[in-house]
Write a protein that binds this ligand. Structure first.
Ligand code: SAH
Ligand code: AVI
Length: 325
């Protein structure tokens, strides 16, 4: 079959990211405690650092999820009967090949859609997918999965995959809004596949975010460089300590940067001066760990049914497949 060209859809105005970032960063520094949205961690360097995280021996989620996909992809293709696989927060789409192979082997893969905020990573992934699945239409959508689901193409019967545990980076209210928007986007009978990291021995979870080589610390600290570059700010990235800890009440990792000294920074693009006290913390990211019963209830409440849970041998990671009612 002839190769079909990759289509990259940028439905959004060229300055959408600047505008969204300005709004997000102003809010982040004027609320207490200060809290950044994790989407801005993924500039080109951030995406490379995340890729390095997935290869760390301490970071078990990637290989655990890959092993589930390797065992279950044919079954997922059969249950859903989907011919279009949409991936949100797709990054390099590296593991996704394991899922897509199940659909391609069943002869039912006509379309692939990938959506990510990180444009270069997305373009590279789309090219990789086009080479691997000739004859399949590949579309790449640059955007924010919390704001732009309406821009997803509506072709065939869709399975929306949201892998890696990225849903755990959303706050509870954001997660509820996201699941609601996803339900609104899908037609009855279409499917979602969520990858979620499960609650387990706390030491293993903490180690996954406190690796020996410091890659995770660098990934979190990189957000300061993004701010300096994109918002014309003058924070000193080295004037922060990385503080990862387990929040037992919320059952999530809380990844923060702590000012090592009092500082005043200028965010020129926002015409904003930010004061940080010594030891003041900025929450950069959360990573929620899930219990299947609770997430099943959230999916049901959002309008999904016919749930199928899959896990790896150690029970570290879960994949839940659910059908739009
Ligand atoms: N799905 C891959 C990558 C996970 S890393 C995996 O399982 O390994 C999270 C990815 O989501 C990154 O590629 C990042 O650019 C993207 N991302 C984070 N927040 C986003 C948002 N709000 N909208 C779109 N993409 C987002
Ligand atoms: C993308 N996301 C699921 C990762 C996680 O584990 O929450 C991001 C990450 N942050 C630090 N290490 C990995």
């Amino acid at each position: 079959m002839p190769d079909l060209p990759v289509t990259v859809d940028v439905h959004l105005p060229a300055d959408w990211a600047d505008e969204a970032m300005s709004v997000d960063i102003r809010r982040a520094f004027t609320q207490q405690p200060k809290q950044l949205p994790p989407m801005w961690l993924y500039d080109d360097r951030g995406s490379e650092l995340f890729d390095a995280i997935t290869r760390l021996p301490e970071y078990y989620p990637t290989e655990a999820e890959r092993s589930i996909l390797a065992r279950r992809a044919p079954e997922i293709a059969r249950i859903t009967g989907a011919d279009t696989v949409v991936e949100l927060g797709s990054g390099t789409s590296d593991k996704t090949r394991t899922l897509l192979d199940g659909f391609a082997d069943a002869g039912q893969l006509t379309d692939i859609v990938v959506l990510d905020v990180s444009e270069q990573t997305l373009r590279d992934a789309a090219d990789m997918l086009a080479a691997r699945y000739p004859g399949t239409e590949i579309r790449a959508v640059v955007g924010d999965f919390t704001r732009h689901l309406r821009h997803l193409p509506d072709t065939g019967t869709r399975l929306v995959a949201f892998l890696g545990g990225t849903i755990g980076n959303l706050y509870v209210e954001e997660r509820r809004a996201f699941l609601g928007a996803l339900a609104d986007t899908l037609s009855s009978g279409e499917w979602v596949l969520l990858g979620v990291d499960l609650v387990k021995r706390i030491g293993r979870i903490v180690d996954a975010y406190h690796d020996d080589t410091g890659v995770t610390e660098e990934f979190i600290r990189n957000v300061v460089r993004v701010l300096n570059r994109e918002m014309d700010a003058d924070f000193d990235p080295d004037a922060f300590d990385y503080v990862p800890f387990w929040d037992a009440r919320e059952e999530r990792m809380d990844l923060r940067l702590r000012a090592t000294m009092p500082m005043t920074a200028r965010i020129e693009r926002l015409d904003l001066d930010v004061e940080l006290g010594a030891n003041e913390e900025i929450r950069v990211e959360i990573s929620t760990k899930f219990r299947p019963e609770k997430l099943s209830a959230e999916l049901t409440e959002a309008g999904f049914g016919d749930l199928h849970w899959f896990s790896d041998h150690a029970g570290d990671f879960g994949l839940v497949l659910a059908r739009r009612r």
